[in-house]
Design a binder for this molecule. Structure first.
Ligand code: GUN
Length: 278
């Protein structure tokens, strides 16, 4: 029987800590504000953006909402970002991804001033992370480190295996685990014998993008399993990249889906917003 890592509860703790910090800042006349930009009407992005705005409201961060039509041009979006970069009353800028195909995502990410890059996607933020300098950490991997730390799961010296090498999760996750003195392996679609590599892991982070892909045969007894995936199955039920029913009996600790990693991403976004004024 695994310990269930309760991301909902831990994210709530973090949000409550941040709420206190924001109230302190407000009492000194300092406001925290986040500009949230959504282009088009992708249903999942609309839900995510709505949740981000709700979190801002809860914590006391002022959110400025820019909901732009699907037909918005790259030049128009870059112009808005430029305006927000120059606006001293805006502390953080978030452009919800994915963007419509006609817009170059890399160009947009690079247009955001690094000091307002609360998603931690700008090359300056990524570079700072890699060399251990101060900067915004990408929210999902930073949230996973908080889940581990606040569940008293030791990373120091442990075998950490990350499945997935995306810029948003896999790569920064590996760097953050390394920063905590983990012995880190990154697996991906070309990895030979994925199963035997996963079996070595004391901490297994799964961001593979395939529903219920990882079953008990990939997991060492007592390992901590962190599931980054989120999918909706045929019965409209949410599931992760991990086959929870198969893995939970042998894992030492496991994150559920929903209620594991998901809520932490927004909590860490809020953390970055608050840190942007400190
Ligand atoms: N789309 C999916 N995840 C994210 C995220 O963390 N930030 C942004 N901006 N877009 C996303």
């Amino acid at each position: 029987m695994a310990k269930i890592i309760d991301g909902k509860k831990i994210s709530q703790e973090i949000k409550d800590e941040l709420k206190v910090k924001v109230a302190e800042l407000n009492s000194k006349g300092v406001e925290v504000s986040l500009a949230v930009i959504l282009v088009g009407n992708d249903p999942a992005s609309t839900v995510y953006v709505g949740n981000k705005k709700k979190a801002c409201e809860y914590i006391g961060v002022k959110s400025l909402s820019y909901e732009l039509p699907e037909t918005t041009t790259e030049a128009e979006l870059l112009e808005l970002i430029d305006k927000l970069n120059k606006d001293a009353s805006v502390n953080g800028i978030l452009v919800q991804l994915p963007l419509p195909k006609s817009i170059d995502e890399d160009k947009v990410i690079q247009a955001i001033a690094p000091e307002k890059d609360v998603d931690g996607f700008h090359p300056v933020s990524v570079g700072s992370l890699l060399i251990g300098q101060k900067g915004f950490l990408p929210c999902t991997p930073a949230g996973i480190i908080q889940l581990l730390k606040r569940s008293d799961i030791d990373i120091n010296g442990k075998e950490c295996v990350v499945i997935g090498r995306s810029n948003i999760v896999g790569k920064p996750m590996a760097v953050l685990l390394l920063r905590e003195n983990g012995t880190v392996t990154i697996c991906h679609s070309r990895t030979q014998d994925l199963k035997s590599v996963c079996k070595r892991a004391d901490i297994l982070v799964v961001a593979i993008g395939k529903p219920k892909f990882i079953d008990a045969s990939y997991v060492k007894e007592g390992a901590t399993v962190i599931d980054v995936g989120i999918h909706r199955n045929a019965d409209n039920k949410l599931c992760g990249d991990v086959d929870y029913e198969s893995v939970e009996p042998i894992a030492g600790a496991i994150t559920p889906v929903p209620g594991g990693v998901g809520p932490m991403t927004i909590a860490m976004l809020m953390n970055n917003c608050v840190n942007s004024v400190l």
